[in-house]
Structures are given as C-alpha cells and as structure tokens.
Write a protein that binds this ligand. Structure first.
Ligand code: TYD
Length: 136
C-alpha cells in the first residue's frame, strides 16, 4: 500500500532537522539515493513502474506532484514539506510533474539501478498489474 509518511522534525532555534532510517520511518532497506533538481517548468518525470524497486519520495525543497496508478485507480499527492514523503511500493505506475522552480526531489530506493526493473510502457503495465496485488 502506498503511504504518506510524516518524518520526525527536530526543531530548535537553529532550524529544523528530519530523518529517514531504513525499517524505521520507511519499510525497506535503503540501497540507493538519488535526487532530481533543476527541472525545467512544465516537465514530467517518471512515467514508469518498477517490478521490484520500492521507493520513498520527499520534496526537500519546493513542491511537485506525485501521480500514482495501480492499474485501477489513480491518486495525486502534492509534496511540499521537507518532513513528509510518500512510500511507493513496487508495481505502481508513477509520474512526477508540476515541479516548482528550484524544487528538489529526494528519492530513496530499495534496489540498485537496473533498467530491466522498469516497465516503461503503460499498456504493458496494465497487463502486469492484473497479475499482481499492489494497490493504492
Ligand atoms: P529515470 O529513472 O528514467 O528518471 P525519471 O523517472 O525521473 O524520469 O532515469 C533518468 C536517467 O538516469 C536514465 O538514463 C537512467 C539514469 N539513472 C541512473 O543511471 N541511475 C539511477 O539510479 C537512476 C534513478 C537513473
């Protein structure tokens, strides 16, 4: 199940600090971290699903939308807080768009990068999603 997760926020007079730890705030072991930045206006990222990879997405800065689709249903989440993210299980079609100027998307992933783990074709995803149980 996809899940919006509130991260700890440790605030004092010097600013705020938030934390992501494997198997604590997020339900998987962290294998990889990447970030998306300098996204031109109007651009869409993603547009694929993963067969095995799970991920957790945070808007470290600015805002963007994460559009999720399990083959039956679609939901759009606007991320705009450094202490809140969305957990995306494997087998979910995922698009990111509406990036604000200077937004910074952090993605924490459960697997190494593997192009063979991607489903890039939406029709293929629909067929694949009928055979598996992940849902929004
Ligand atoms: P991609 O996953 O398609 O990005 P998005 O889903 O945001 O549109 O990756 C874009 C490019 O970066 C593609 O050429 C593969 C490369 N890439 C890596 O080499 N390693 C990685 O961990 C990731 C996520 C992408």
């Amino acid at each position: 199940m996809i899940k919006v997760i509130n991260l700890p926020k440790i605030a004092d007079g010097r600013g705020n600090l938030s934390i992501i730890e494997e198997f604590k705030q997020i339900p998987f072991k962290i294998k990889r971290t990447y970030w998306i930045y300098d996204v031109p206006g109007g651009v869409e990222r993603g547009g694929h699903a993963y067969k095995e990879n799970e991920e957790f997405i945070v808007a470290l800065s600015g805002s963007f939308d994460v559009c999720l689709d399990d083959g039956n249903e679609r939901k759009v989440f606007n991320l705009n807080r450094s202490y809140m993210g969305i957990y995306v299980p494997k087998g979910i079609w995922r698009v990111m768009n509406n990036f604000s100027t200077n937004s910074l998307a952090l993605i924490v992933s459960s697997t190494d990068y593997d192009p063979n783990d991607y489903i890039m074709n939406y029709e293929e995803f629909l067929q694949y999603s009928k055979k598996q149980t992940n849902s929004l």
